[in-house]
Ligand binder design. Structure first.
Ligand code: TRP
Length: 337
């Protein structure tokens, strides 16, 4: 993590929760972009497993999901030589700074978070304090690394805004301590929606498994899910308002093939949705094939995975400790000797 080159590379930080399967939506919306950013920026990526326990997790499954997600991200092209890619729970500075930041975050601010309101309405049986203070942990993730840029989807914008406010507040109360990060809007951002209800984001927590494609789905499943995707009765492949289902499939096809919407409209002129859906499915299968092959190799090599995430955790600890130590000192904690 050397930053002394004359032109300091900007630091990008982002994280994804490893709970459950990683979806095609995660990949096209975030991961693929993470991979693309690795040359231009100093990238720091994390599996946000501490965030994931705001929802109850089965221990054995949770452990497996973290390892699988780590292997899958490597298979997608996250390069541990170029980027720092670690597991949040293995770097204790995150939980520590989160606690401190909790004391600089107002109840009122957290109460206004729309994700908290949505999630607590959805799971009234487990509205735990972690769910409420989740944004302070996310702020800690970002601020520990003096991040310049944070690529986030629309659903995390409010949390990033809060992280900026917390940073500014702390800097103002003491002295400049945190770099105040900016959001990063990717040049090509694909917001992939549910195949069954294209007004909602594709999500692994969707009970209808036909609504989302997992990165490790078999070709047959991908074809079946694409075939069943909700469209409309116009039977014309064009990108337009009121055609959320077709728009979404075009978005997927475009993100995978690199073709723009006009090209896609021309390609499927006079053709029906059946043919279009099959083309989408085949493009997705081809995109995922090499990733799945690499994944199979990584997941079979637990020792290598452990080597990677342990080394990354050590580096992340060293880096983040610099910020945490400054914070502790400024707040007035007695040094640790
Ligand atoms: N909360 C984010 C999500 O659920 C994941 C996350 C955790 C994150 N820490 C972060 C994203 C820091 C960006 C920066 O999608």
């Amino acid at each position: 993590m050397e930053t002394q080159t004359p032109e300091r590379k900007k630091i990008i930080f982002s994280a994804i929760q490893p709970s459950g399967s990683i979806t095609l939506g995660n990949y096209l919306g975030a991961l693929k972009n993470w991979v693309a950013l690795q040359d231009e920026y100093q990238c720091i990526y994390a599996l946000a497993d501490l965030h994931a326990i705001t929802v109850r997790q089965d221990p054995a499954q949770f452990r497996r999901h973290a390892l699988e997600a780590y292997a899958l991200f490597l298979a997608c092209g996250i390069d541990v030589e170029k980027s720092l890619f670690f597991i949040q729970s293995q770097v204790h500075t995150h939980a520590e700074l989160a606690w401190v930041l909790n004391c600089y975050t107002q109840f009122g601010e957290l109460s206004r978070m729309t994700q908290f309101k949505d999630k607590s309405a959805k799971h009234p049986e487990n509205v735990n304090a972690g769910l409420f203070t989740y944004p302070s942990l996310m702020a800690a993730d970002i601020l520990l690394y003096q991040s310049d840029l944070v690529p986030v989807g629309a659903d995390q914008k409010q949390h990033l805004e809060l992280a900026r406010n917390i940073a500014e507040r702390f800097n103002g109360l003491y002295s400049p301590t945190f770099r105040v990060p900016e959001g990063y809007i990717p040049k090509v951002g694909a917001r992939i929606m549910s195949l069954q209800d294209p007004t909602r984001k594709m999500s692994k927590s969707d009970e209808n498994a036909n609504a989302w494609i997992a990165m490790l789905d078999k070709p047959d499943d991908i074809v079946r899910k694409c075939k069943r995707a909700v469209t409309d009765s116009e039977a014309c492949v064009r990108y337009a308002e009121g055609k959320a289902g077709v728009n979404n499939l075009m978005g997927i096809y475009s993100a995978v093939t690199g073709k723009d919407y006009e090209e896609i409209e021309r390609e499927f002129e006079g053709k029906g949705y059946g043919e279009f859906k099959l083309a989408v499915a085949e493009a997705v299968v081809e995109e995922l094939r090499p990733i799945q092959e690499r994944y199979a190799k990584y997941i079979a090599d637990k020792a290598y995975l452990e080597e990677c995430y342990s080394a990354a955790a050590q580096k992340a600890l060293a880096l983040s400790s610099r910020t945490l130590n400054k914070v502790m000192k400024k707040v007035g904690f007695l040094g640790r000797g």
